[in-house]
Design a binder for this molecule. Structure first.
Ligand code: TRP
Length: 338
């Protein structure tokens, strides 16, 4: 039997709910990929603190995000689902990788530049600067072959590959050089109020984001009020009718139907019909996920126990890689006392 390829991905637990873009863009693919891969999914809480977080909210959001992963179909007995800070090797490997990353190289990371500009350059932390290096460590600790991420993370995976190759050639073969598995752009979800930009938790229009944890009425209302355009025909035209194109994309992915069959079904009918059908579909999928999430959150001790078991599993792999790294770097091994 040949081993399944390893897969590693995760998100920052920096909101109390995932949104429809996370669900369609990431979770649906993860759920499928866990069948064919040995998958590791994590909650990147060490990354989350690169921008200010309220400690109580961070702790709660970490549990909530974990519960939503499980409710959406990530199976913690099949995939390894864990919290980054539960595995100290992440911080430890990041330090080593910091020392083989060029300052100029790190300065070229466009996400850092964007985030730093948003915060005001003086407010941006050194942690935010080395964020991509911590990310490289996440991936390399697990000897991952594939990293399913959105296009915006491609540069970080490229950096990871460079660092793995550099370390291997300086210190000897240690890391698997991973590949980005770029999630389909066709599954990209846009803001319902501003369909030119991606659905994002930092959006300025609360009505434009469908949260997984919204109740069904709220979700339906947001979809019914989604921005469309003056010409009332249900056709897919990303350029000229981005609002309708977005609704059709969501419908197509969640309903597992082609855009064409949807155009046919709604030919000669108005946007109201499309939105009504879509609202039903979306709530029929998110409703049970929300309910299951709340059930899981009702028993936080059990949830924490699942995360601990998974952290143990993750640690085993991570510790083995870190031990090799420390050895190759020339660190003096600590003697075993008896
Ligand atoms: N930077 C990723 C994001 O914001 C989160 C992340 C951290 C990640 N470490 C990772 C994703 C390792 C994939 C692999 O979406």
């Amino acid at each position: 039997m040949t081993a399944k390829p390893r897969l590693f991905s995760g998100m920052q637990p920096s909101a109390d709910s995932l949104h429809l873009g996370n669900y369609i863009g990431a979770l649906l693919s993860w759920k499928e990929l866990q069948e064919t891969h040995e998958a590791f999914f994590f909650l990147a809480d060490l990354h989350a603190i690169t921008v200010p977080q309220d400690p109580t909210a961070l702790r709660e959001n970490t549990r909530r995000t974990a519960a939503q992963y499980i409710a959406a179909g990530i199976d913690p007995s099949r995939s390894t689902l864990f919290v980054q800070s539960h595995v100290p090797a992440h911080a430890q490997l990041a330090w080593v990788l910091n020392t083989i990353t060029g300052f100029g190289e790190a300065s070229r990371m466009t996400q850092f530049k964007d985030k730093a500009a948003k915060q005001g350059n003086d407010a941006a932390s050194v942690g935010l600067f080395t964020y991509p290096i911590l990310q490289a460590g996440d991936i390399l600790l697990y000897q991952a072959n594939q990293v399913p991420v959105g296009e915006d993370q491609r540069q970080h995976v490229e950096l990871t590959r460079d660092l793995a190759t550099r370390f291997n050639s300086r210190f000897g073969e240690t890391f698997t050089v991973p590949e980005a598995y770029i999630l389909k752009e066709t599954a990209k979800v846009f803001d319902l109020q501003n369909p030119q930009s991606k659905m994002s938790k930092s959006s300025e229009s609360p009505a434009g984001i469908v949260w997984v944890m919204d109740d069904e009425k709220t979700t339906a209302k947001k979809i019914m009020r989604a921005v469309t355009d003056a010409d009332a025909s249900v056709t897919f035209d990303r350029e000229n009718k981005p609002g309708v194109a977005n609704l059709l994309t969501i419908f197509s992915v969640l309903g597992e139907r082609s855009i064409e069959s949807l155009e046919n079904e709604f030919a000669g009918r108005g946007y109201g019909d499309l939105k009504k059908a879509l609202a039903e579909l979306v709530t029929s999928i998110l409703g049970p996920i929300r309910t299951r999430t709340l059930e899981l959150l009702d028993d936080p001790a059990e949830l924490d126990r699942i995360l601990a078991i998974n952290a143990d599993r993750a640690s085993e792999v991570a510790e083995a890689t870190l031990a090799q790294v420390y050895d190759r770097m020339g660190f003096l091994p600590r003697a075993t006392l008896r």
